[in-house]
Design a protein around this ligand. Sequence first.
Ligand SMILES: Nc1ncnc2c1ncn2[C@@H]1O[C@H](COP(=O)(O)OP(=O)(O)OP(=O)(O)O)[C@@H](O)[C@H]1O
Ligand SMILES: [Mg+2]
Length: 294
Amino acid sequence: MNPLEPISDFIKNPSSLGFERRPWKEPVRKYPRVISVSSGKGGVGKTNVVANLGVALTQLGKRVFVLDAELGLANVDTLLGLTPRYTIEHLFKREKTLKEIVIKGPGGMSIIPASSGTPELAALNVSQKILLLNEFKQLADYLDILLIDGGTGISSNVLFFNMAAQETVTILTPEPTSIASAYTLIRILSTKYSRKKFSILVNLASDEGEAQQAFQELFLQVDRCLKSPSLEYLGFIPFDRRICEAVKIQKTVLEIFPQCPVSQRFRELAQLILGKPISHQERGNVQFFSRSFL
Ligand SMILES: Nc1ncnc2c1ncn2[C@@H]1O[C@H](COP(=O)(O)OP(=O)(O)OP(=O)(O)O)[C@@H](O)[C@H]1O
Ligand SMILES: [Mg+2]
């Protein structure tokens, strides 16, 4: 099978893709988990975390879809060396459905291709958001986890995808500018959009001590100035030159260095995320995607 063929071509034989409805007897979560990975500052490793976490979750048997919130920049496709035939632009032009543009990425996870160099998609309007949410509803039976490469900063798309997701993983590095901008993102999401829980992942730390110190600084600032949001420390990903090597050849580190410590970190992160209980509030009225932020 050509991995770049649209999934719709194979829909008649979904088992060939591992793209199946669950058997009716299996006890299932009613809606997929939607997790956005975001940061206040750019270049902190979101796309690498999404890609590697996606592979690790797929290896754990989860049906993972990846969406690039920077719809006009195609970060994920580029990182993974994918050149899709159709992109999200075709969806918004009503030429293709979401199902028709999805392609297979590493490990068998499904990628929703963003468009390259399409500034019009930098701020979705309400009808585009409704179209996207409706299209996702059609896919709900086919995935367990939607991972969103949630973009940088506080643009309208970034805030929309962060709030439409039930869970937010905020990435920071030990640099003061990264900690400060993570705080700003958390402040806006908690004060303007009432998000109460944030999972924090520290990337590019030299060791556990440095990562915990970065988390502690963020925690103290949130505690001092905001009070209400709670932060959960998800651990850290160390600086590892193998990630840079993988990026250069447009692969994930899990594919080319599966046995190295940083790959093991991504597997542990996947297990940690899967083991996290989802509170009633998170599952309750948000369903697949929350619609209250249109
Ligand atoms: N743990 C790591 N060890 C070494 N290099 C890393 C690590 N994480 C990310 N990098 C490198 O940092 C750079 C930025 O990573 P990435 O593109 O994932 O960040 P991003 O947050 O998605 O950036 P942007 O905000 O531009 O979308 C890449 O060149 C990548 O190779
Ligand atoms: Mg990126």
